[in-house]
Write a protein that binds this ligand. Structure first.
Ligand SMILES: [Mn+2]
Length: 278
C-alpha cells in the first residue's frame, strides 16, 4: 500500500473519531516515510459498560473529565503498512500541562516506546517526565538498560518519575520491555492480557548512588503474537483495563474506547497503543 493510500485510509479513520487532525506531518527517513497526525481535542466515545464483577473492583471513572482535553497522536510508516501507534493523553483535571510524557522513536527495524509519569501532577511533574523522555530520546541507539540508567541519573535533579519502556524488533516481532514503578506495560489479545514484564518497584531519579537505591533494570522479552495489541499506560488509567468485548474497527477507535472507559478523574492519563495487524 502506497503512502497516499495509507493517508486516505488514515484520514477516514481519524474522521470516525469526529475530528479533523489539527496537524499532519510527513517525514522522510531514508526510504521510509513516516506519517504523524495530532489532534488536541479528541472526542471520545461513550465509556463501555463494564461487567458487574469488574466494576465492583474498578476505580471510579469520570466521563466528564474524559470527554475533554484529550490529545491524540498517531504514527504510521510507509514500509510497515500494518504497523501503527496511537498516543492519547489528558492532563489532571485541575492542571493545564500533562505530568505524563511519551516517546515513540523508530530506528530501522527497532521501534522504542516509553511512557514516563512525573510524580504528582502539575509543572514539576511535567518537568520530571520531560527530563526522563529527553534522555531516553538521546540514548535511542544504546541498549535499553543503559538508556534507562542514563535517564535515571539525569532525573535525580527532578522530583522523579515512573517509567515503562518497550522495544519492538519489527523483523523478529520480539518485544523487550521493563517498568520502573507503576507504569503498566502489557500485551493483550481478545482473551485478555497475555504478558507483562515484572519490572522494578522503584522511581526513576530516586536513590541514585546509594547502596540500597541502586536501580535494577530487568529487561524481559516476549514474542508478540499476531493480532495482539501492545499497551503502555500510566496510573491515570485503571489497572482493571481490559480489551472491550466488542471488537473495534481500528486501533484509533480501540484506543479512544479504552481511554474513555478506564481513565480516572484524579490524575494525568496516558495511553500508548501499538498494533501490527489493523
Ligand atoms: Mn500518575
Amino acid at each position: 500500500m502506497g503512502i497516499l493510500a495509507q493517508l486516505d485510509e488514515l484520514l477516514a479513520r481519524v474522521r470516525r473519531l469526529q475530528v479533523e487532525p489539527t496537524t499532519l506531518t510527513l517525514t522522510k527517513l531514508g526510504d521510509v516515510l513516516s506519517l504523524e497526525w495530532t489532534s488536541s481535542n479528541l472526542k471520545l466515545p461513550k465509556a463501555e459498560t463494564r461487567p458487574t464483577t469488574l466494576s465492583k473492583l474498578a476505580e471510579p471513572v469520570s466521563t466528564m473529565t474524559a470527554q475533554s482535553r484529550v490529545r491524540g497522536t498517531g504514527y504510521r510508516w510507509s514500509d510497515e503498512p500494518l504497523l501503527q501507534v496511537i498516543h492519547l493523553e489528558r492532563p489532571h483535571p485541575r492542571e493545564t500541562l500533562c505530568g505524563d510524557m511519551a516517546l515513540v522513536a523508530r530506528r530501522g527495524s527497532l521501534l522504542r516506546l516509553a511512557v514516563a509519569d512525573g510524580l504528582g501532577h502539575g509543572p514539576a511533574a511535567r518537568e520530571a517526565a520531560q527530563v526522563a523522555i529527553r534522555w531516553l530520546q538521546q540514548t535511542q541507539t544504546e541498549r535499553i538498560e543503559d538508556a534507562v540508567l542514563t535517564a535515571h541519573e539525569y532525573s535525580a535533579t527532578t522530583r522523579g518519575a515512573t517509567l515503562g519502556i518497550v522495544e519492538l524488533d519489527l523483523r523478529t516481532q520480539t518485544v523487550s520491555a521493563t517498568t520502573i514503578g507503576n507504569i503498566r506495560v502489557g500485551i493483550y489479545q481478545s482473551s485478555g492480557r497475555v504478558w507483562s514484564p515484572c519490572g522494578t518497584d522503584a522511581v526513576l531519579g530516586h536513590g541514585r548512588g546509594s547502596f540500597h537505591g541502586k536501580l535494577d533494570v530487568r529487561i524481559e522479552k516476549f514474542q508478540l503474537p499476531p493480532g495482539a495489541q501492545l499497551l503502555l499506560f500510566s496510573d491515570g488509567l485503571s489497572n482493571q483495563l481490559r480489551l472491550p468485548f466488542q471488537r473495534q474497527q481500528s486501533l484509533e477507535e480501540l484506543a479512544a474506547q479504552l481511554f474513555a472507559s478506564f481513565v480516572v478523574s484524579s490524575d494525568d492519563a496516558t495511553l500508548l497503543a501499538l498494533s501490527t495487524s489493523r
